[in-house]
Structure formats: C-alpha cells, structure tokens
Design a protein around this ligand. Structure first.
Ligand code: SF4
Length: 324
C-alpha cells in the first residue's frame, strides 16, 4: 500500500453536520487532502483541481480519522445525524484505505455509511470491492461518450469513458446496497434533449435505485458554466425519470470548532456558504436571540471579508463565501 501521509494535524478529516440534498443530515469524512482529484470538472464548487493524481494513497492514517470520528461522536447525540458520508474535498476513492475505513466506521456506530464518488476508478476491481462495503453509493454520470466526458469532467488521460462505464455495470451486479446516480446538467453543454436521451440510455442499463438531476447552484470552477433553463431541467428530469436537486435548502451547518468564525471557516473550506446559511448556522448555536444573531452575523461577515483566503463570490442572485 502506497503511503503519502499528510502531516498537517490542523486539517480535520471529520466535518459536518451538513444537510445533504440527497442523504439527510450528513456527518462528513474527507480522507483526502483539499482539492485532490483525478477530474477537474467545469462545474466543481471547489474551483479547478490543484492536485491531480492518478494514484490511490493512504493520505491520512485510518487510526487518525477514526480517532477524530470518535471524538466528534462523543460530542453529539445519535439523533443529530442520519448517515456518515465519505466525501472528499476531491475524489474519496483515491484513499487507498477506503474499504478498511468503511469497516471501522461501521464497527463504532450504527448509522449507514455512504460514499460520494465521481466514479472515475470503477474499472478497478479493488475500488469496487471497497465501495461494496458501503450502504449507499452515489456516482456521477454527466456524459454519454469520451468527448463529452473530457469536456465536462476533464479527467486525467488514463481514465477512459468506456472502461469506467463497464465498471459501473459490474458494480451494479456486485453491489447489493443503494446506488444513486447524479447527472449534473450544464447549460449548452449536456442539457439538450438528444444529449440527455443518450445519457438516459446508458443509465438504464446500470439500474440505479434513484437518478438525481442536479444543476450548478454553487459558484463553479469555470465562470461560463450556467444553470440550464427550467424547461430543459424539467425535460431532462422526465427523460431520466429523476429527482430534481436544483435548490439549496436552509440547513443546520455545524462544526467541531467552538468559536463561530473558526467554525464557519472550517465549513467554507469544504462547502461554500450563503449569508443565510451563516444565519441558520448561528440559529443552531444561539437560542432565541434574533438581535444577537444579527449582530454576530454582521461581525462574522466583516471578519470573513478581512481574511485574504476567503473569497466572496456572486453567483446568480446569491452571494457565497468560500475558502480558497
Ligand atoms: S466536482 Fe468532484 S470530481 Fe469533479 S473536480 Fe470537483 S471534486 Fe473532482
């Protein structure tokens, strides 16, 4: 097993609880360093990929991740989360200890384990075996051939559309858990009826439990990426017999950090937050004191604006804060 351990103890591998549009209240685990991926999707909310890698590595020791998880679990009640989700600041199947990590998470708590993956390594038997240990697997499926795959997901050269697709088909045969597929629609790129129909034809053979149609609601890596017209989203949903995700719920963002500003920085390192998300987050911490929440929100926003690594991004009619 190749080891490439990240030494930075300040990096948290456990985060949340984040309201997931697909999975409920999700306690997140990120076993890979920030923005480490084998794709550089045009719509990625983390920006362009900074660390391209084709190798699976043990970026953090499993013992460290499990220790952080135990500490987190001891600070919350079981009712506060629905699922533990292994999701990266990049691609989680690049973590070589994925199978063992899933086993250990299951041995210390009872809630289901999900993995959200871009599906890039589905041709690899070991990756499929690792993913088979999860209860829920969510894979991305935005394209219909090699050309559209390269245009949308911009994978490393060695990742081949056909082999990846064959890996999806094998995985469905091997995996008895819940399989979700997510199609991210981008205006003018993959939202035309004939394009969506080609995607649907391929997806049909995989037999996922549910297909989700998503749109880039958060600021994307490329500024020219746009949300499709509602008519096209509705049509795509009909063709794919899919559930729609083109909204952002108000949610209960939380973090291990005690100080609210540190907690928000912790969250926006992984997940862009809107102003109203900050307010919702404060509601979760300060009970019934609207004046104090308003005051603290303004103070936090002005502190965020003073931090050079925090970027304020206007996207559509909404402003987001993201750590770069
Ligand atoms: S969207 Fe996911 S798969 Fe695509 S570049 Fe970002 S982290 Fe990687």
């Amino acid at each position: 097993m190749k080891t490439s351990i990240t030494k930075d103890k300040a990096v948290h591998t456990v985060f949340g609880i984040v309201p997931s549009r697909r999975l409920g209240q999700s306690l997140g685990i990120s076993p890979i360093p920030k923005k480490t991926c084998n794709y550089s999707c045009i719509y990625c909310q983390l920006g362009r990929t900074q660390k391209f890698t084709k190798n699976r590595s043990l970026f953090f020791p499993i013992t460290r991740i499990i220790q952080e998880l135990k500490e987190y679990l001891s600070s919350i009640s079981e009712a506060q989360y629905d699922i533990i989700t292994i999701v990266g600041d990049g691609e989680p199947t690049l973590y070589e200890g994925l199978g063992e990590l899933i086993n250990q998470i299951k041995s210390i708590q009872k809630k289901p384990v999900a993995v959200i993956s871009n599906g890039s390594l589905m041709a690899n038997k070991q990756v499929r075996q690792d993913l088979s240990l999860a209860d829920v697997v969510l894979l991305n499926f935005d394209s219909w051939d090699e050309e559209s795959f390269k245009k949308i997901n911009r994978p490393l050269k060695l990742i081949n559309f056909k082999k990846r697709y064959e890996g999806y088909l094998k995985f469905r045969e091997e995996f008895s858990g819940i399989l979700y597929l997510e199609v991210m629609l981008v205006k003018g790129i993959n939202d035309k009826e004939e394009q969506v129909s080609k995607i649907a034809k391929l997806i049909e053979k995989i037999h996922p439990n549910v297909v989700f149609v998503n749109v880039p609601v958060r600021p994307p890596a490329e500024s020219w990426v746009k949300i499709p017209d509602q008519e096209n989203i509705d049509k795509a949903r009909e063709i794919l017999n899919a559930r729609r995700m083109d909204y952002l719920p108000a949610g209960d963002f939380s973090s291990l950090e005690k100080n609210p500003i540190e907690a928000i920085i912790d969250i926006i390192g992984r997940h862009p937050m809107r102003e109203e998300d900050i307010e919702t987050f404060l509601h979760g911490r300060i009970i019934n004191n609207p004046d104090r929440i308003k005051e603290l929100k303004e103070q936090i926003i002005s502190e965020l604006r003073a931090i050079s690594k925090v970027k304020e991004i206007s996207y559509g009619s909404t402003r987001f804060f993201r750590l770069v």
